[in-house]
Design a protein around this ligand. Sequence first.
Ligand SMILES: N[C@@H](CCC(=O)N[C@@H](CS)C(=O)NCC(=O)O)C(=O)O
Length: 208
Amino acid sequence: MITIWGRANSVNVQKVLWLCEEISLSYNRIDAGLQFGHNTESEYLAMNPTGKVPTLVDGDFVLWESNSILRYIVMQYGGPSALYPADAKARASIDRWLDWSLSTLQPAERPVFWGIVRTPEAERDLEKISADVVKVAKVWSVLDAHLKGRDFIEGASFTIADIVLGAFAKRWFGIPGIERARMPSLQRWYASLTTRPGFRKHVDVQLS
Ligand SMILES: N[C@@H](CCC(=O)N[C@@H](CS)C(=O)NCC(=O)O)C(=O)O
C-alpha cells in the first residue's frame, strides 16, 4: 500500500487524497508539516529534501511535488483513465494547467490564504489583503474565461486538472470576509466539483 506523508489541511496533500478517492486507491497517511513536524527531521529530508508535504512512498520509490504525485498515481494505479489520458496532446493540455497552478495560481493565492486563515484577526493587514485579492481574482479570471461552455477544464471529461484547481478553488470560495469578483463559469464548475465524494471528504473541510 502507498504511504502519503502530509497533514490533511494542506491543499497539496488534499489533491492527492481526492485523487485516491476517485480511483478507490487505499493508502496509509502519516501527518507531517506545521504542527505535526517530521518534515524538518533528517529522515524526512532524506525522502524529500524540500522539507515540504506531500511525499509519496511506494515500496522503494519515493516522490515529492504534489502534481508529479498525482500523475504517478494515475499512471501506476488508475488504469486507462480519462483522469490523465495517454494521448500526448491530452496530457500536455492537462499538464499546462498543473504547471499554471504552481507557477501562477498558488503564489497569488497564498498571501490571501495566509493573511486571513493563518493570521489572527487582530494582526491582519486588510489593505494588503484587499490588494492581494484583486491580484488573485485576475488569475482566477483566466480559468473563468476558459470554462465558458465547458463542464470541466478539459471539456466533457473530469481530469486531474479539475482536482488540482478544484482544491485551490475551495480556498477562493471558502475564505471568509473577502469580496469575490463575479465569475459565473468558475462558480458553476466549482459547484459541480462540490458534489464529488472525494472533494467532500478531503477538500470541503474547515480551512485551517
Ligand atoms: N510545489 C510543492 C509545494 C509543497 C508545499 O509548499 N507544501 C506546503 C503545504 S501546502 C508545506 O509543506 N508547508 C510546510 C509545512 O507544512 O510545514 C508541491 O506541490 O508539493
